[in-house]
Design a protein around this ligand. Structure first.
Ligand code: HEC
Length: 504
């Protein structure tokens, strides 16, 4: 295709995709503004999602139960303490400064938007997290969350969650972070100013991430050690890296596969990388649209990927990436990556040195729309002659399936069973649901490696349990560890014992 041809098609697709995106958004906020008082109508605004019956089922879960209102001067946590399964907590406009911890099932925490005024959770740059939940069937909606140091909304092993229509600005390490959850919908959120990933799906399954707007973060959307994830119709711009799917070595769940990345705008992700030094995301070269690292069966289709100055898409194995410690239990290679039709333009104008070296070796001056480094088998890319590619000469030129359009969602048809929480598995669920968000076995994540902690605390689980109740600052080159004081002493001991037993 000639250059002119590319731009004409590009324009047509922008118009088409744009009208879908903004059309859906307008409908949505109209419904919220028109009706602020009644929970039932708030709960009924949701049917514009493109997630099919599974998405509708998730959105319908909490329509029963009573409504508990929270007004400025009151604590949201008190409403949570009063609530029982099925209840809805309505938070009225005003500013609230607290960490809300939801350890019950089927609770909806929903902001009321009146005349454009939202409820604001303000961490005042002091509090660590805004909303933590460990219950199943949790819904968090219509909140503005600003100035926290850790996470805006973190799920700790909660299944069947809905996180939608929140504004999350400058909330520390992660914005929306479901960890070890199954069957969840993350849609219509706006996130900016996050030091690691704005939307971080960690060790989770069956997730739908759609219609979000993420900009000015280190990583926009990250699907990590997770399976069956759909990432579609998002606006992803001005991050250091746009959409990332990979395996972080050293986490208790060892694979990432079946990820569909489609119909997204992935544009101008050239923000300076302000990730914590030594962290995996700090190794993401600024200017990268999409990164697939060691993940399998990833489909990339019908995205607009342009103006990313390093590269449009990087496909890499673990060995070729910065700040990675190999995990012998994870396959380090990305296999069966399928790059279907996408629109690429103006990527790779200022690639990093490693990519420049590859360009030199292939005698091209054109920076890459797509570059693959390291091993991996079974991958394909269609339409490749029209694009600037490096390192994919071994890939097939046709893919087995021409489109993923017949798949509307990877959510489950029925709600997932809750995680087992009997005494024997409690430590494991807590470790996977909480600690593995920051500690990997052998490498550096947000906190020091579990291996090092095991050496420090050999035979002393109680020492760990005491530390995490009231962590003190120990290392100059790490951030402070947030208190786990919301866990009772028995839970702290169980998770400490599990931490000491982790092997890889
Ligand atoms: C939000 C990130 C985060 C989470 C979640 C987290 N940690 Fe940490 N952890 C850290 C950081 C950062 C440090 C280093 C703090 C320092 O050195 O000042 C740390 C340090 C530690 C230490 C070392 C203490 C010492 O004496 O040096 C232990 C033990 C620990 N964490 C246990 C846990 C356990 C158990 C959990 C889960 C219940 C957990 N952490 C969850 C970030 C986290």
């Amino acid at each position: 295709m000639s250059k002119k041809g590319i731009f004409i098609t590009l324009l047509a697709v922008i118009v088409a995709a744009g009208s879908g995106y903004f059309g859906a958004r307008k409908q949505f906020s109209g419904a919220v503004n028109n009706d602020t008082a009644s929970a039932t109508s708030l709960l009924n605004v949701s049917r514009t999602s493109g997630t099919g019956a599974a998405g509708a089922a998730l959105l319908a879960t909490n329509a029963s139960g009573k409504i508990i209102t929270v007004k400025p001067g009151q604590l949201i946590q008190e409403a949570v303490n009063q609530a029982v399964s099925g209840d809805t907590i309505q938070v009225f406009p005003g500013t609230y400064s607290e960490t809300v911890y939801i350890d019950k099932d089927n609770i909806s925490l929903i902001g009321v938007i009146q005349e454009g005024k939202w409820p604001i959770l303000d961490g005042m740059s002091k509090l660590n997290d805004a909303v933590l939940y460990s219950g199943n069937g949790i819904r968090v909606e219509n909140l503005k969350i600003v100035k926290f140091k850790g996470n805006a909304i973190m799920g700790q092993a909660g299944n069947n969650f809905v996180i939608r229509h929140n504004w999350i600005i400058d909330t520390g390490v992660y914005g929306i972070f479901p960890q070890f959850g199954q069957n969840g919908l993350i849609e219509y959120n706006v996130l900016s100013g996050i030091e690691d990933a704005a939307i971080y799906v960690g060790m989770s399954d069956n997730i739908h991430v759609a219609h979000n707007e993420v900009f000015g973060n280190v990583a926009g959307i990250e699907i990590e050690n997770s399976r069956h994830a759909m990432v579609e119709n998002n606006m992803v711009y001005d991050n250091a890296g746009g959409i990332l799917t990979f395996i972080t070595p050293g986490l208790p769940i060892k694979t990432t596969f079946d990820v569909i990345i489609r119909n997204n705008f992935i544009v101008g992700n050239n923000h300076k990388n302000f990730g914590a030094p030594g962290s995996i995301v700090s190794g993401v070269p600024s200017g990268t649209g999409v990164i697939v690292m060691a993940a399998d069966d990833v489909v990339i289709e019908n995205n607009i990927i342009r103006d990313n100055k390093n590269a449009g898409i990087i496909v890499s194995d673990h060995k070729s990436f910065a700040n990675i410690t190999i995990d012998p239990e994870s396959d380090p290679y990305p296999d069966r990556v399928q790059i279907l039709k996408n629109l690429f333009a103006n990527n790779g104008t200022e690639p990093i040195q490693e990519i420049q070296a590859l360009m030199l070796a292939s005698m091209t001056r054109q920076g890459p729309d797509i570059v693959a480094v390291g091993g991996g088998t079974g991958s394909c890319m269609v339409d490749r002659a029209a694009h600037s590619t490096l390192g994919i000469s071994g890939w097939a030129a046709t893919c087995a399936k021409a489109t993923s359009a017949n798949i509307t969602t990877l959510l489950l048809d029925k709600p997932a069973e809750p995680r087992k929480t009997d005494t024997a598995s409690k430590g494991e669920v807590l470790y996977k649901g909480i600690c593995a968000g920051c500690h990997t076995y052998g490498g550096r994540m947000i906190g020091p490696p579990t291996k090092i902690i095991q050496a420090m605390y050999a035979g002393n689980a109680q020492g760990i349990a005491d530390y995490i109740a009231k962590p003190t600052k120990k290392r100059d080159d790490f951030p402070p560890m947030p208190s786990q004081g919301h866990l009772n002493p028995d839970m702290r001991l169980k998770v400490a014992e599990y931490m000491l037993s982790v092997k890889q």
